[in-house]
Design a protein. Sequence first.
Lengths: 223, 304
Amino acid sequence: MIHFSNVFKRYESGYDALRGVNFHLEREEMAFLTGHSGAGKSTLLKLITLIERPSRGHCVVNSKNLLKLPRWRIPYFRRDIGFVFQDHRLLFDRTVFDNVALPLVVSGGNYKETVRRVHAALDKVGLLNKEKMYPITLSGGEQQRVGIARAVVNKPPLLLADEPTGNLDEALSDELIDLFQDFNHHGVTVLIATHDLRQVRRLDRRVLQLAQGQLIYDSIADA
Amino acid sequence: MKNYLLRHLQVFFYTLGQLARTPFSSFMTMAVIGITLALPAGLYVLIDNIQTASVGWDGKAQISVFLKPGTTQQQARALETKIRHLRPVESVQYISPEAAMEEFKRLSGFGGALDALEHNPLPAVLVIRPGDGHSDPESLQGLVASLRGFGDADLVQLDLEWVKRLHLLLRLAERGVWLLAVLLGLAVLLTIGNTIRLAILNRRDEIEIIKLIGGTNAFIRRPFLYSGLLQGLFGAGIAWVLVQTGLLLLTGPVRELATLYASPFGVQGLDTPTSLALLASGALLGWLGSRLAVGRHLREIEPS
Ligand SMILES: Nc1ncnc2c1ncn2[C@@H]1O[C@H](COP(=O)(O)OP(=O)(O)OP(=O)(O)O)[C@@H](O)[C@H]1O
Ligand SMILES: [Mg+2]
């Protein structure tokens, strides 16, 4: 699903955020991306979603060569990736339902199907009864779950998350990570960037560790 | 295809709702556009009206020969006969000072006040219409010259001249209105462009998120284009109301003036084709203004 070989990323400031990163993430795999603050975790996720372009190296995501993908194809490429942000990035002037429906509206789905899928996604994260509420009235954990429902509503084959448990207590974090695991059991490839080593230990999944832009540990390769 | 239209309709009503949600600022923008468009539209209609009013005189030259005071009726009649035999003349009408006074009394409404005059100050007039083949400027000038040669003629006035001058002025004014329309159209473009620019910046987060979840530029653009189009359209609607109201206020005085000149002329408001053209140009300018703004600013907003 994700193939990185010898990938470099230099920001315009001249800072090398990634240096010679190599890894493969197979379809239906689940992995954690760890590392200290500033190690380059978010940068790596941004390359996968084409928020940033790699400076050098070879990236293939979902069978698309990211170096050759023209600008106008980017929106269509992103529809196959669900992205969960640490700060949820919900639209606060729209209801929970409208927030979750956004990816379907964007790709022009018909209304009946949209309603069905939004309900299914909200049901999955346990927020079906709050669809008419505005995000501002929800707790942090609930907002994060709305974000997850939005990420999975169009059933993308790849799910990325950047610090999804950042502000949550342990019980909520467990719930959330279990949710990701559940999606993985249904065939979704999952990559989670996190500081939360407790979750990493709890789940015993593959771990990729970055330090100063280099991949210093891969639990599969090093096993 | 049906889906596509449905989506456009959705965005249309969504945008309408958005405008209604901020009625004050929406109205401000539309009012600015309305006033800006009302100016050239109003002037255009005014000029159009003057042209309609003067169309009856177009080309029909008329020469008035004012006779010297003290010219007797016999002398006048003799002159009338002489003039009638000039080749380019089709008809001559003799208006005696008394008849001229009667007409003036009737049309001016001064009636009784004029009775107070000791004697009639109006001269006798011969009104001459040249024949159809002789209304070109050269023959008319020739005719005027020979009329001036008659001893009893005090003043010979070719009425065509001021009509011609009026037409030239109107044409000039029309050109001016078009120039004004282009400039003010540009102003509308900038007004809408700026409004849309602010709207885009206000919704920066939303645009970033939509880009992140796979919204195409066309999708993001659509509500802004509709917003510009609707604001331009409603602005043109306001301009229409302003122009019609202004004309309505003019109707009374103009009718009085027209009666004074025994003219059936009345103020014509914006007719249907002109109204439609006004609304269409408002909508088009709105769309174009927002298109320019969106094209410039959407590219700058990329998710981070
Ligand atoms: N747009 C940018 N321009 C310049 N430097 C950047 C940019 N974004 C990130 N960096 C730098 O790249 C390095 C890696 O950043 P990144 O956000 O990938 O780290 P991270 O591993 O996600 O850290 P954290 O755990 O704090 O989120 C940091 O030193 C950061 O300062
Ligand atoms: Mg980060």
